[in-house]
Design a protein around this ligand. Structure first.
Ligand code: SAJ
Length: 411
């Protein structure tokens, strides 16, 4: 069948390419002209292991092409960003579904009887049904089967939330279990038939609101657990124990599994999605909100630690190792490492040298340095991301330095 994928980012591009290699005719749509041209030449505009091979073979097979505008198809997959924006209530962040809205409006003219729309973007509860409302509004001709039961739609709509972990996207795209929630049973079943063409995991069918909530809850669960680890790191520092030792020992208990503290929580998922839960039920979601606040506070705590150490030097040189939001990827979105590095630069606390091996100089909005140069010149070394490159360095080089290791890679 023919499929249009709206959005060629970390989710849309792998999904589009995977479907193309399974024999579907796929048109990937993105507003970024450079990305469209790059993909059409068989290359990629993001860093993700093995994605280049997948995209090249999808484009070479003739089944994948990128475009700036949608066209007619059997199925439309929406994989656009769903960020948050500031709400009216102080400190409350609310979901911004304008890209989903725009994508729905863009495909509306190309819908026909029996079309399937699948929302992959992580979305607040009710978004899939809202897509149905927009379709009804823009395409009244498709709203109902003439002469049949009033509720049977001509357009099928389902939510199939993405679940892949950046850095392991290709493997998880195939192996993870999936949840598919339809605005009705027929929609869920139709979407399942498509995902069955490439997904080896088990596919669970439900309604769209339950699917939306399940996805939000997965990421909130992780955020709360990371917040626990981050809070422990502050407490351990206060009482003078090594948090990594504490966690390692506590985790020897058969029912304890504490996650790793870090400089904060980044990325476009875990730092965002819990707000979709909080904004839907602000009075009830107290723990989830506090976890967000604990994790958001961590970069400030790290920054203050660094500044306190820097006071010992007349002209301190601070080496910031890593800028991405987690190890071995190039994604700088919502990255606590970026927040800390930028904060240090603007505070004028000393000379800041940033090193990010996965990003080319110029694209991070600051000058980047080679790891060897930073190790040589910095007085204070701050590990902000546990990239493989940093794990293997010669510990002799650290002897004369002040080290702040937020990820515990050099302990
Ligand atoms: N982090 C810690 N300590 C930990 C684990 C993570 O500080 O022990 C930090 C990371 O450094 C990073 C942030 O948390 O800054 C998030 O990283 P992550 O690896 O936990 O998750 P993401 O954002 O890359 O991907 C998550 C995944 N969700 C879950 O594991 C429940 C992924 O499966 C989702 O598909 C993805 O969000 C998404 O797109 O929603």
């Amino acid at each position: 069948q023919k499929i249009v994928v709206m959005g060629l980012g970390y989710i849309g591009l792998p999904t589009a390419s995977m479907l193309a290699t399974k024999g579907h005719e796929v048109v990937g749509v993105d507003i970024n002209e450079e990305a469209v041209n790059t993909i059409n030449s068989g290359r990629i505009h993001i860093v993700e292991p093995d994605l280049d091979i997948l995209v090249r073979s999808a484009v070479n097979s003739g089944n994948l092409r990128a475009s700036l505008v949608p066209e007619e198809a059997d199925t439309f997959i929406i994989a656009v960003p769903t960020p948050f924006k500031n709400g009216e209530q102080a400190h409350l962040k609310i979901p911004d579904v304008s890209y989903v809205d725009a994508a729905t409006r863009a495909i509306a003219p190309f819908l026909r009887e029996g079309s399937l729309i699948i929302l992959e973007s992580t979305s607040p509860v009710g978004t899939t049904e809202a897509i149905g409302e927009i379709v009804k509004q823009l395409r009244p001709d498709l709203a109902q089967h003439p002469g049949t039961n009033n509720h049977s739609p001509q357009v099928f709509i389902a939510h199939c939330p993405e679940r892949v972990l950046p850095g392991h996207i290709i493997r998880e795209l195939v192996d993870n279990d999936r949840i598919i929630g339809g605005i009705n049973k027929a929609s869920a079943e139709k979407a399942r038939d498509l995902y069955n063409t490439f997904c080896n995991g088990t596919i669970f069918l439900t309604d769209s609101k339950t699917a939306e909530m399940s996805k939000l809850v997965e990421n909130s669960f992780r955020d709360v657990n990371i917040a626990f680890a981050n809070e422990l790191s502050l407490i351990s520092d206060r009482v003078g124990v090594n948090v990594w030792d504490v966690i390692e020992l506590a985790n020897r208990h058969p029912r304890v599994n504490i996650l790793n503290p870090g400089p904060g929580v980044g990325g476009h998922c875990i730092a965002v999605d819990p707000w979709f839960v909080v904004s839907a039920a602000p009075e009830e979601a107290r723990l989830i909100r506090t976890a967000r606040e604990v994790n958001d506070h961590k970069p400030h705590w790290v920054m203050n630690k660094i500044k306190a150490k820097a006071e010992r030097f007349k002209e301190p040189v601070i080496g910031c190792l890593g800028l991405s939001f987690k190890a071995n990827i190039d994604d700088l979105r919502e990255s606590p490492a970026m927040e800390i590095t930028r904060g240090l630069i603007s505070s004028g606390v000393g000379r800041v040298m940033a090193c990010e091996p996965n990003v080319c100089n110029g694209s991070a909005g600051m000058e980047l340095h080679e790891l060897s140069q930073v190790l040589r010149e910095a007085d204070i070394l701050v590990v902000l991301v546990d990239h493989d490159e940093f794990k293997t360095i010669d510990k002799e080089l650290l002897k004369e330095k002040v080290v702040i290791d937020t990820r515990g890679v050099w302990r």
